[in-house]
Write a protein that binds this ligand. Sequence first.
Ligand code: ASP
Length: 439
Amino acid sequence: MKKVVKFGGSSLANATQFQKVGEIIKSDVSRYFVVPSAPGKRYDGDTKVTDMLYSCYRTAEKGGDFGGQLEAIQERYNEIIRGLSLSLSLDGEFKEIEKNFQAKAGKDYAASRGEYLNGKVMAAYLGYDFVDAAEVVRFYPDGSLDGETTNQLLKERLQDAPPSVIPGFYGAEEDGTVRTFSRGGSDITGSLVARAILADMYENWTDVSGFLVADPRIVKNPETIETITYRELRELAYMGATVLHEDAIFPVRKEGIPINIRNTNRPQDAGTLIVESTCRKPRYTITGIAGKKGFCSINIEKSMMNSEIGFGRRVLQVFEDQGISFEHMPSGIDTMTIYVHQDEFEDKEQQVIAGIHRLVQPDFVELESDLALIAVVGRGMRSTRGTAGRIFSALAHASVNVKMIDQGSSELNIIIGVANRDFEAAVKAIYSIFVETQI
Ligand code: ASP
């Protein structure tokens, strides 16, 4: 049995956190490949090493004196090294980084050093091998991941490797130019390693005990989701539930490898298990609730719209021409409504209205702004009657006016549109009816 374990920045922010991580790894021999992030915040208001590197490099790029900033970064590592009583020195590494910053090696290179150096410290601490991600994670020159070459390189390198540390977040182009993923991208590295070695489990250790059924800023002490499918997670993540980088599920999903979200500060908690499919019955009809504010709806009305072939296509053409992606499109007999992100739409609203008039000659077009969308997600909904009814009655009791309801054909989610000001009340009401007073 082999597991890939990824630790986030807050799990590696200082020596005490490193020790917790060490104990977690040593307590299970199958925790074989370790993917660390760069040291994160030690306390509220602290700066992540990645952000320190970005700002240090900005100074270097402008030709400024970045010596002090680089020293502060080295001190973050030295503090960890001292705290762990290691005899490691990163002086040579920092000399090289300084030289490369002077030579303007690029901001991706700069940011990647956070994980690179933390990988060195971690390998020394655990007595594991160090594998430079630049040699095994391959990017195309346009900055996107070359997943198949990466898979091949990782397979070859790790097949018979002893326990190793592979730093997260970066890789390199074929010519060695270092590239990074978007922020939080160490999650993707962990997933790539898990896929390549066909791991039994990808453990992603962070500072929360998994995904919560609802946003804790809205619902007090929400329950943790025990098991969630990749598809459910996609729906929730899209609507704003963030714990894992969005792209991290794709590599493991290809091989059906489960992901376990765990809490470094509470290793006794089981966390959330993310799986392809499961016959484990969800505890509640719904798995989770997530939502976002800041949408706008464009309501188009035209009598006999339903018999006009190509009407919908022409309307969507207008949005495509303006480079606006749409979120939802509920329709009635003579009406069609398009939900879009308000900030993407505002500057272009008049062009869109003019375009719609030109292409489909509607009776009228009406705009409504400051709307929120809430996704109620759950594989349990397919086999349960009355889910939509319960949502409606909960919202009616909470005096929330429902503007739109849209059930995905997968029967995995119901999307509800409400006014921004009703967003919190709506989430609370839905949580309450499905979780607190579950029938
Ligand atoms: N250190 C990087 C960041 O702060 C990547 C990561 O932590 O996954 O975004």
